[in-house]
Design a protein around this ligand. Sequence first.
Ligand code: HEM
Length: 222
Amino acid sequence: MLNEFLWVVSPYLVLASFIVGHIFRYRYDQFSVTAKSSEFIEKKQLMVGSMLFHIGIIFVVGGHFVGLIIPESWTNAVGISEHMYHLVAVLVGSVFGIMAFIGMFLLTFRRLGNRNVRRLSSATDIIVNLTLVLTLILGILSTLLTDHMHPGFNYRENIAVWFRQIFLLHPDMNLMTNVPLLFKLHIISAFIIFALFPYTRLVHAWSVPLGYVKRSYIVTRI
Ligand code: HEM
């Protein structure tokens, strides 16, 4: 029952919350989409933490895309062996994962440690930060400890297949049954992030100013 709930039912509850929440927020609360900057209260820690987290997380997301969406047979077909793939994934993933973790740790330390920043924070701001720290720690530990604790475990044969099946509407919970606990906890905490995403400041990710790169200069005459 628990397995069925975690690996078959809950992904769709999370997806429903993610999609409906975004539609609802866009329709009824569009002007609250903001990162709620606290730069005017404290700048130094914010700069370092934010830089480390954002650069790290971009590569972590890219790594997840390759690892979870692209089937192992495709990378094999272009001549990338499992050993080679795993080596690069662990190396690059750990560097950027640890970078994102240090950044989010600093941001959370600042949010809770600086009295004025704490006062400006809502409960969801704090929950989001703590869930991100937890997800990052669990992801890094899964990556670094699996080779020692579960030699031969290859997440692309089970987690990645199950993950793609979610979007094909037939996730097989048996693929997840023998997955190491750290990975399971990592995925559950990631689910919490995605379920909360539309109701928190994380929505600011959708307003990344990509148009800024190709917009024309603004001429200001005084
Ligand atoms: C349902 C969504 C997710 C799944 C199925 C998932 C799955 C995985 C898997 C299989 C690995 C091991 C990769 C390897 O050993 O090469 C991993 C590592 C990792 N995950 Fe996730 N993950 C999810 C969401 C997230 C989220 C939202 C974050 C960030 C907040 C995150 C952060 C990390 C980090 C930092 C690592 C360490 C390696 C790296 O940097 O890529 N994951 N995850």
